[in-house]
Design a protein around this ligand. Sequence first.
Ligand SMILES: Cc1cc2nc3c(=O)[nH]c(=O)nc-3n(C[C@H](O)[C@H](O)[C@H](O)COP(=O)(O)O)c2cc1C
Length: 117
Amino acid sequence: MDTLNPLGLAYLHVIERGEYPALADLRPRWSSTLIANFNGPTPTTRAEGEKVVDTGLADVFSFGRAFIANPDLPARFASGAPVNEYARLRRRRRMPHRLSRAAGRTGMSRRSVQAVG
Ligand SMILES: Cc1cc2nc3c(=O)[nH]c(=O)nc-3n(C[C@H](O)[C@H](O)[C@H](O)COP(=O)(O)O)c2cc1C
């Protein structure tokens, strides 16, 4: 940070995750705009983001999953409209190794190989 801060960069975007209190550590050492994000198990809520800004730990809070579920998130926040919950898509089941190898050998699509069996 002693090297980065004097460069006069426009902003620093920090994703805080795990034990290291990145915002508390970096805020006093970064003099331009600090954008925060938490990468927790559940999407950060508006109230949680506002708390970070209100307490001075960051200038701006960014949202990931809430934005995916609500492409109009700023308008919803501004009007107080309800916010859709983020629904995580299930991962596709992995193809059994035997079918995957067969698809590679024949050049067939995985779906065709599965259909053939
Ligand atoms: C589908 C998806 C794609 C993402 N892609 C990126 C990415 O390309 N680069 C990145 O820095 N973070 C990426 N993230 C992480 C988000 O920027 C953010 O750190 C994370 O979603 C936590 O914030 P949230 O609680 O508001 O969702 C992605 C998250 C999701 C759910």
